[in-house]
Design a protein. Structure first.
Length: 122
């Protein structure tokens, strides 16, 4: 299997997110209030999500579906667009300087691919 530089970059950053699970959950929760499971510690929810995700695309799909389900929302392009912006802002804050222009572009492209797949399946 061919692994692109973008994919390798996202995989490395997914490892970083796993190590910063509580921070990611707190930032994501602040940016998208009401989308994290109620009653569950935020770090535990995200740690669980990231440990199940074997790829960045899997992480993105799991995050999008779980957040929509938790908020009682059906998937829609509008929700997806809002989630995409929130995700990129969260990644920027949590990863910091390592979240460069190419990283933002890679995650944005991957999110678009995943959300298109979910939209087709809906």
């Amino acid at each position: 299997m061919l692994i692109t530089n973008d994919q390798r970059l996202m995989e490395d950053q997914l490892v970083t997110l796993s190590m910063r699970a509580e921070r990611f959950a707190a930032v994501f929760g602040r940016i998208t209030p009401g989308l994290l499971p109620s009653g569950a510690p935020q770090g535990n929810w995200l740690a669980s999500l990231t440990s199940r995700a074997e790829t960045p695309h899997g992480f993105l799909a799991e995050l999008l579906v779980a957040a929509c389900e938790q908020a009682g929302m059906r998937y829609s392009p509008e929700i997806c667009a809002s989630m995409g912006i929130a995700l990129l802002d969260t990644l920027q804050e949590v990863i910091g300087d390592g979240f460069t222009g190419p990283a933002r572009s890679a995650w944005s492209s991957a999110f678009a691919l995943v959300s298109d797949g979910i939209e087709e399946a809906a």
